[in-house]
Ligand binder design. Sequence first.
Ligand code: ADP
Ligand code: MG
Length: 337
Amino acid sequence: MNERQIIDHIAALTDQKDARLIKGIGDDCAVVEKDGRLVWLLTMDTVIEGVHFDLAFHPPEQLGRKVVSVNVSDIGAMGGRPVFALLSVGMPKTFDPAWFQAFARGLAAGCREYGCLLIGGDTVASPQGFNCTLTVIGEAMAERVIYRSGARPGNTVWVSGALGLAAAGLELLRRQLDDAGDGFGPLLARHLHPTARVELGRRLGESGLVHAMMDLSDGLATDLAHLCKQSGVGARIAAWDLPIPPALVEAARLVGADPEQWAIGGGEDYELLFTAPAEAHDRLLELGRQCGLAITPVGTVVEGEGVILLRRRADGTCEERGIAYQGFDHFRERAGD
Ligand code: ADP
Ligand code: MG
């Protein structure tokens, strides 16, 4: 079973029926009625030592803030704003108090930065390594929430920021190449200190221009496949339009990686992926400018299913390749599957 099959299995065992539940399993957040006008948005994410971060190079203060960023990213992806948080920490009995205090400082600063209040949690000993789960509760105007399921054929596919930066930054840190290039700062920062696009997400929600939205946690290839599946559509992505900065190409050259593969398969960028009708193009660009963030059209929503990457050959013809679900999956390499 891979990650998707595990979640589908759990979803199939629960009927997800309650008059107040607007959206259960399957989107960035669960959506629950609050009053006639507002909804609650609920999301949870876990970080595990050795899976999401390496103690050898992840400063604890930055890790604390990152835990908040990766969670509020899902609130932003629905067009909402974070309000409350609940924290669960598991640590070996041998934990270093100074390390933990720095982690807690970063976490508290992250909560302040995104405007959410820590209101509870749980604290346990962990036999192996540090792990932490944050639940974030947000709110949004009911009619402004953007779901993964709203993409329609003809929509343009957009992404915010640049793609593949976190994957590149992690690889540089793993290989102790973080000092190897002048332009690598943004790559390292995307892994160590990502900023969730909450303001952009909220503005996109308010604009009424966007049909479907999610955040990019597992890479474009997997996350766009999720969005397409929820919407009952397919997508075609133009490789030449992917926002790949020169520093990413330079880092890829240094470690013998493929920058395009980082851009479509690298996880943890926490950028926003959204679709909108073609006529919204100029107004969206203006909205991105107002938020101080580049947003880039990278493809088109089509009838059917799957995600196709188009690439130009040297002779001018186009090559097409299916890339659905080729991003990060926690259980993909499980033995025996
Ligand atoms: P995201 O990357 O946006 O955090 P995930 O891929 O982790 O989303 O999860 C996709 C959906 O599946 C979400 O609605 C999430 O709440 C749900 N989900 C994930 N794991 C579980 C689980 N163990 N039990 C119930 N729901 C889950
Ligand atoms: Mg998400």
